[in-house]
Design a protein around this ligand. Structure first.
Ligand SMILES: *[C@@H]1O[C@H](CO)[C@@H](O)[C@H](O)[C@H]1NC(C)=O
Ligand SMILES: [Ca+2]
Ligand SMILES: [Ca+2]
Length: 223
């Protein structure tokens, strides 16, 4: 008698697990998510929307990543990587494709919710906590949009000693000029953070210099 009750309990919890699995499967396949498009929902747009982000712009943003399937969070730029917002050049593959697409035209202060199919996110393999073929949702808040350094003309101007490569001092000088031109000079730690980010993403052989070739990678399909 007692073992019978026990068995019922076990069976019951197995069923509950089964049903909750099925439930999430159903909502998963039932949700009509396009496989090749980023769904963009504007959550907030400031009344004064300044420069709209374009390919090649230098963006500073916070983003949180969630699995569409169950809403669980897999990334938080407010706490991961020391919690400072991410610097990246838009539209050149420094971030996942879905973000490159979904952040276009955002202005400083704007917030968006981006639903990104796996093909434009972590693909068939998934990555870390993101399982294979997972649709992901990003909540993005853009903090600043500025003209990025990604033109050959800019490269020429940055390369003060004309040795066809950029060291940190040269890039920093350029950034300072750009921010001062925009009427927003910043403090040293600010520039150091951007520099570290730019070099981490662009100096592929880590020799402390961004060569014309390393720089050019981003230019290829702009020409
Ligand atoms: C992911 O999707 C591809 C293409 O639809 C499929 O071949 C593959 O089996 C899927 N992988 C998993 C783990 O579901
Ligand atoms: Ca140089
Ligand atoms: Ca290098």
């Amino acid at each position: 008698m007692q073992s019978g009750t026990m068995w019922k309990l076990v069976r019951c919890s197995v069923l509950v697990v089964l049903f909750s699995r099925l439930g999430s499967c159903w909502s998963w396949s039932g949700a009509d998510e396009p496989r090749d498009q980023v769904q963009i929902e504007v959550l907030f747009r400031p009344e004064e929307c300044g420069r709209r982000a374009q390919r090649g712009d230098l963006i500073n943003a916070h983003y949180d990543g969630f699995l569409a399937k169950d809403g669980s969070q897999f990334y938080c730029s407010r706490s991961d990587k020391q919690g400072h917002p991410q610097w990246f050049v838009l539209g050149v593959g420094q971030i996942i494709k879905g973000l490159d697409i979904g952040i276009m035209e955002m202005c400083a202060g704007e917030r968006r919710k981006l639903t990104v199919p796996s093909a434009l996110a972590f693909g068939e393999a998934g990555k870390g906590p993101v399982p294979p073929n997972a649709t992901v949702v990003f909540e993005v808040e853009v903090l600043s949009v500025s003209k990025g350094p990604r033109t050959m003309e800019a490269f020429g101007r940055m390369d003060l000693d004309k040795d066809r490569s950029l060291n940190k001092a040269e890039v920093k000088e350029y950034l300072k000029l750009e921010y001062e031109k925009g009427g927003k000079p910043r403090d040293e730690p600010f520039y150091e953070k951007i520099l570290a980010d730019i070099f981490r993403k662009s100096d592929h052989d880590q020799d402390g210099l961004i060569s014309a070739k390393e720089y050019n990678i981003y230019e290829r399909d702009e020409l």
